[in-house]
Design a protein around this ligand. Sequence first.
Ligand code: DP6
Length: 322
Amino acid sequence: MKTIAWAPSNIAFIKYWGKYNEKLRLPANSSISMNLSEAYTITSVEFNERFEKDVFLLNGKQIEDGEALRVFEHLKMIKELSKMKNHARIESKNNFPKASGIASSASGFAALTLAASKASGLELSEKELSILSRLGSGSACRSIPEGFVEWKKGKTNTDSYAFSLFPPDYWELYDLIAVVGEGNKKISSTEGHAKAESSPFYKTRIKGMERKVSEIKKALSKKDFTHLGEIVEEEAVNMHSVMMTSVPPLFYWLPGTLSVMTQVLDLRKNGTECYFTIDAGPNVHVICQKSDFQLIKKKLSGVGEVKRILVNKVGKGAHLVE
Ligand code: DP6
């Protein structure tokens, strides 16, 4: 009974920052994202009556505290749902190094949810998998469906889930991740979410979200890259303004973050269209079209603080692998 699942990381175009229910991870607003084709987690789960306790290996190393506690808590919930009595061995591997600063909670909890639910005998729909993943990490619910995804805020546990707006081949967009900072962030996103409301700008941000979500969906349906990019960039700066004005303030940027942002603005000024977005970390995601990605990659490599560039296309959703 060993089940293996693959799940992508995702980058939010419209961000999830702030929850109205922390325990259930119900977000203050709906969000929109794109799955990443080259940043993913593969997780295997095996239940066996001979196992004496639950075991979690991350990238080949057994861990028992920190992240493992969150994993065990999620496993416990799945075991309760499926009435599984046996202990599990969970092996999880990210194809991106932990130190690359790419968040692994989205891909990690999506892969774990799919593998553990299947291995315990549950037959869940995409919607149910998305809901269950959300309880592990909010952004993980967007890593279940394929391509371009919307996470509908919802009002209760059962109506806050993500679904696909368009498949991966709908639009050949690229996300070039300019890595400027490696290593763990000091304040996790879970802690950050809890501080969002202390920013004087938070309420104003939330008021504008419904309109922003519908605008970006329009841009996606028309494949209007300029409109999409303008919203994506404004949204990232907006979220980081809330982070920086929280009490105490949260600064996720490094000097290299600003250098890359400036490079993106310069590229645009010189006629190459690309837009930046940034999650709860220092690395910059540069969104561009296929025709420009080689040139943009070259320009970003020339920025002194950039340690490496990870090239992603639009990715598939979570699925089982043989
Ligand atoms: C800035 O999903 O990591 O990346 O639900 O507490 O696990 P938890 O938070 P998480 O938050 C992601 C925040 C973000 C924006 C986004 O991905 O929408």
